[in-house]
Design a protein. Sequence first.
Length: 302
Amino acid sequence: HRRFDYRPKTDPYCQARYTFCPTGSAIPLMKEEDVIEVYRLQAPVWEFKYGDLLGHLKIMHDAVGFKSSLTGKNYTMEWYELFQLGNCTFPHLRPGMDAPFWCNQGAACFYEGIDDAHWKANGTLVLVTTISGAMFNDMAQWVKYDNETGIYYETWTVQASPDKKSTVWFDAYECSKFILRTYQKLADLGAVFKKIQTNYTSIILFSGEPIYLGNETSIFGPQGNKTLAAAIRDFYSPFKPHKSVREFFVDLFKIIDHVVLNHQFYLFYNLEYWFLPMKSPYLKIIYEEVPLPVGSKASFGV
C-alpha cells in the first residue's frame, strides 16, 4: 500500500451519515514509568444471512484498548472510514463528470473509555500484552505518521487463488490492518504478546494477473480512452454509495453477480485503475487466524 506525503482536504460533496470519530481526542502523553495494559477488541459489524449461498458472514470490526495503571483511565483506538464503508468501496457517478468520484479516506480515531459491554457481549475483549508509558508514547508518534501517510481505505484483498501460498496482487487496507500494524509496532518496541488465537475478516477477490489501465486523467481526461471510460462507468453504475449496511450488501451481491457472469472487475487502488480478469471462486469472505507478532527487541513486561 503506497504512502502519501499528506492527507488531502475532504471534498464538501462527501457527506458521512455518521460523524467520524465524534468523541475523539488527542493521544495523551503517558508517564514513562506507567504500566499500560493492551486489549484486543473485536465485535461483528453486522451479521448477514443470504440464503444458503454464503450463510453467516463474519464481518468483524477491530480496535485496540489501553488501560493506564497510574491513572486508571481506559482508551480505545481504532481505524475506519471517514464516509462509511460504501463510499470507500464504490464511487459516485456525478452528472457532468466523466470520472467516477471517490469519497474514500480512512483514519485513526482515539478516545477515552472502552465500551466494555459492546465488545464483551458481541465479541472479544482480551488482554494481549503490557507495555511501558515510554513505549506507548513511541507508538503514539508512529500512529501520527501512519495516519498522515496511509490515507485511503481499501476494502478488497486480491489474490491469485484460495491457496494459502497464493500470490497476493493487492492488499486490503482497513480497520484490522491498522490493528495488526499497531501490534507489530508494539512488538518492535519490545512488547511481548500472549499466546492466544486471533482471527480477522478478509474480503478476497480472486483474479488472474491484474492489467494496469491508468489513472483518472489518462482514462477520463481529454486525451483519455473513451471506450475504457465508458466500460468503467458502466461497471460501477449499479452500485450507489450507501446509506445503510444492508444496501451495501445488496450491492455487494450485485457486484458478485457481475463478476461471476462477466469475469471482470475494475479496481481503483492508490489512485489508479486496474482490470482484474476474475476467476473462480471469484469472491470469498474469510475469518482466519493471524498470529500476534513477535518483536525484534528485548522484552518488557509480561
